[in-house]
Design a protein around this ligand. Structure first.
Ligand code: F6P
Length: 341
């Protein structure tokens, strides 16, 4: 059997660990052959391939990014895209595909399965917002990077009696903001799930300044003020309809300076959160996902995605996996609110 593997959407620490596990188990246990498709769905669409053998995956376990590269290509947005994918897979002698990606990549995987192309999905996103799995790999690494940044920002903010607003990733879900904010002792955490008022932020910032400690406000890039809109960098949309976010940190920092008369700085962590080596937790989770994904192919369980449920790896349908995003529940926010102000 010959299996195609691709990574789609925003990259994420741990992708290479998944690829390595798929190939190692696939070759050693089942005698499968592999072909790597480059640049997400652009690979099968434009026949961009790369060899994928045990030799190609040696040494990649701790490496960030993806050796297969990635893109946000959507074959359903290209005229005749699905038929081209089907023909190219046939020409490559590919019997099944493993697609490693987030909601967009897995949404395409689900549609392709419905259209008769056998796909197994592996969930990835630093945002941790996929509904069917307890955690996605990449999230733990991103939270550790953001927490370390917050720790560092505390000391410089205190030296200068400044507020620092830390903007972290999180388009629809505030998981990175919530976890790094809790771990880093943030003065306030702002997430896309709950609109905030500048008055509330100012109240908490002023209260923290009164203790002679400096406020650190953690804001997810998708968070929105009650009195304004989501801040975007421009109005362009990608093939999945997403605008490029970013800028809420600076906007809020300016408002804090205006309202409190104290100095404030904005720090945007951006892609630093997605780059570099995965944490040990993410390496283990990614490896287990890879092992179970090739197991699913072996069982012919197409149209499914591997998922973490508690400590076990389960199989869920791609339909369930892409049905709804996992956002931060009200109760988790209330827990964090104890430490605001
Ligand atoms: O989906 C993951 C993510 O990191 C989001 O948090 C962020 O909005 C987006 O990707 C940014 O992606 P890029 O700048 O690579 O297009």
């Amino acid at each position: 059997m010959r299996i195609g593997v691709l990574t789609g959407g925003g990259d994420c620490p741990g992708l290479n660990a998944v690829i390595r596990a798929i190939v190692r188990k696939g070759v050693n246990d089942y005698g499968y052959e592999f072909v790597g498709f480059r640049d997400g769905w652009r690979g099968p669409l434009e026949n961009r391939t790369t060899p994928l053998q045990v030799e190609n995956v040696r040494g990649i376990l701790p490496r960030g990014g993806t050796i297969l590269r990635s893109s946000r290509t959507n074959p359903y947005k290209v005229d005749g895209g699905v038929e081209t994918v089907r023909t190219n897979l046939k020409d490559q002698g590919v019997d099944a595909l493993i697609a490693i990606g987030g909601e967009d990549t897995l949404g395409v995987a689900k549609k392709l399965t419905d259209d008769g192309i056998p796909v197994v999905g592996v969930p990835k996103t630093i945002d941790n917002d996929l509904g069917a799995t307890d955690y996605t790999f990449g999230f733990d690494t991103a939270v550790n990077i953001a927490t370390e940044a917050i720790d560092r920002l505390h000391t410089t903010a205190e030296s200068h009696h400044r507020c620092v607003v830390v903007e972290v990733m999180g388009r629809h879900a505030g998981w990175i903001a919530l976890h790094s904010g809790l771990a880093g002792g943030a003065n306030m955490i702002l997430v896309p799930e709950k609109r905030f008022t500048v008055a509330d932020v100012v109240k908490n910032v002023e209260s923290r300044f009164r203790t002679d400690f400096s406020p650190i406000v953690v804001v997810a890039e998708g968070a929105q003020p009650v009195e304004g809109e989501m801040v975007t960098q421009n109005s362009d949309r990608d093939a999945f309809g997403h605008v490029r976010l970013g800028g809420i940190g600076q906007w809020l920092s300016d408002r804090i300076e205006q309202e409190t008369g104290k100095e404030s700085r904005a720090v945007v962590l951006g892609h630093v959160q997605r780059g570099g080596t995965p944490s040990a937790f993410d390496r283990v989770l990614a490896t287990r996902f890879g092992l179970h994904a090739i197991g699913a192919v072996h069982d012919g369980a197409y149209g499914t995605m591997v998922a973490l449920r508690g400590t076990e790896i389960a199989r869920v349908s791609l339909e369930e996996a892409t049905a709804e995003l996992k956002t931060v529940p009200e109760g988790r926010l209330r827990e964090a609110e104890v430490f605001f102000g």
